[in-house]
Design a protein around this ligand. Sequence first.
Ligand SMILES: CC(C)(COP(=O)(O)OP(=O)(O)OC[C@H]1O[C@@H](n2cnc3c(N)ncnc32)[C@H](O)[C@@H]1OP(=O)(O)O)[C@@H](O)C(=O)NCCC(=O)NCCS
Length: 207
Amino acid sequence: MSQAVSKLNHSEQAEQAHERIVHIRKTNYVAKMLKQNPFELLRILHVGLTTFHYRYIRRCVGAGTIVGRWVQIVNANNVKIGQNCLFQDGVYMRAGNQGWITIGDRAAFNSYTKLFAHGGIEVGEEVQIGPGSLITTTDHDYYDENLQTVFKKVTIGKRAWLGANVTVLPGVTIGEYSVIGAGAVVNKDIPPRSIAVGVPAKVIKSL
Ligand SMILES: CC(C)(COP(=O)(O)OP(=O)(O)OC[C@H]1O[C@@H](n2cnc3c(N)ncnc32)[C@H](O)[C@@H]1OP(=O)(O)O)[C@@H](O)C(=O)NCCC(=O)NCCS
């Protein structure tokens, strides 16, 4: 029992030490950047304000998550974002009144990524999404006179990496650890640990 407790303490201590190292690295990085270009301070302040807004006022992002400038999270009540994620400038997320978005810890969204989540979007831990990518959950019934909307959930598995300008269509599941090449349009499920490229995306390799 006491051995188990001591093991737990060791792993907790290791985790705390790791967090301290990460913190020091981040501080050193910011100090170096400010020395090279003091105007970067304005950008950092803007990022700080946006992060504060979504963490403490809208309460939809976890501890350690950084929210870049001009990020917009619409229907933030239906959005739950984990810890230590990164949202670069201009990411746009719309959950819709009935939709939802959940994002796991340590996920990263590059600039100007767009998520339209009326049918629900689930993003796993450590997912990386390239700049300009778009995930949509909305289809329209083209036989219907009014182009009735049809919503279908999208799932992006843990540690998947989507390159720049990838489009993910409604109902798609991208498997864990998969890679989607830049510019792909994903209209069908991609199995875990696959590399898929092109329009429409086809698997070219397994990992
Ligand atoms: C998908 C990717 C990771 C594959 O890299 P790779 O394993 O080194 O693949 P290769 O370069 O050997 O290419 C294999 C084949 O796929 C094709 N291919 C690679 N990437 C492609 C893409 N994005 N779209 C269409 N075809 C692609 C290649 O032309 C090649 O075809 P061929 O065998 O007929 O010549 C890479 O090409 C890619 O798209 N990276 C994304 C980079 C990016 O968007 N960065 C932004 C920051 S997140």
